[in-house]
Design a protein around this ligand. Sequence first.
Ligand SMILES: C[S@@+](CC[C@H](N)C(=O)[O-])C[C@H]1O[C@@H](n2cnc3c(N)ncnc32)[C@H](O)[C@@H]1O
Length: 255
Amino acid sequence: MNIGRLYDQRIAQTYDHDERGLLAGARALGLEQLGKHVTADQTKAVLDLAVGTGESLMAIQKAYPNAVLHGIDLSEEMLRIANAKLNFFAVHDDVANSLQHFSRESMNLILMHFLTTFVDGEDIVARTAKLLRTKGYYSIVSSTFQAFPRIYSLARMVLPDQFIRDKNRAPENADAIVSFCTKAGLDVIAVDHFTKEVTFANFDDFYDFGMNSGFFTHVLCHLDDSQLASLSGMEGIFPLTDHYRACAVLACLPE
Ligand SMILES: C[S@@+](CC[C@H](N)C(=O)[O-])C[C@H]1O[C@@H](n2cnc3c(N)ncnc32)[C@H](O)[C@@H]1O
């Protein structure tokens, strides 16, 4: 599956709606950590890995008005929306190629917000930590595999567990994200958890949310009509209340 194309064609136009406030809520936790630990005078160059529609970078511009902003993303459409909101150096490429576009030890702050579901987090953090200057910061905000336990247990009634694991590569929990950082030689400074209850009135409500927000698009787009019919035909399920879970981790490159 081409994630960039999926965002271009299916998610970009609705991504910022965030009606249930899940993206904004978890993102705010990461930005709060930055507010506590990262000062404006030490923040001259920022790179947003998977900048998306630029929501995190806009908050960074406000908090660190003198910083030069950079963003990389696989989706042209997400980048186009971000570029309409703010000025930054935009690169259309895979984050795995970040070292081809940015110099080593050039960034004071790197953001990786809601990317871990799509990449090998350990590998990407290890590669991109090389872009940090000494005492630079790395901010990760990520859904975890603990998000939406009820939805996934229902899905397991009609889909093989391995299929779900393959399509949803979210890190198991905050400890997994902490280990990405420590293996990359970063010191972890703060770990915070975000939990929010969500209710879906019926299957269509869940499907629209899942596809339009990007939270389940990468799983749902692999289902054929009969698998979707099995899910939508389950009785006594809706209205369904579940929990979204994410975490924010702030790390620093020591001297
Ligand atoms: C859930 S959005 C997160 C966007 C933004 N960081 C935010 O906080 O809202 C995921 C973004 O990751 C991008 N993406 C996924 N895999 C990528 C990769 N390997 N390299 C670059 N961008 C990628 C998608 O195109 C999409 O814009």
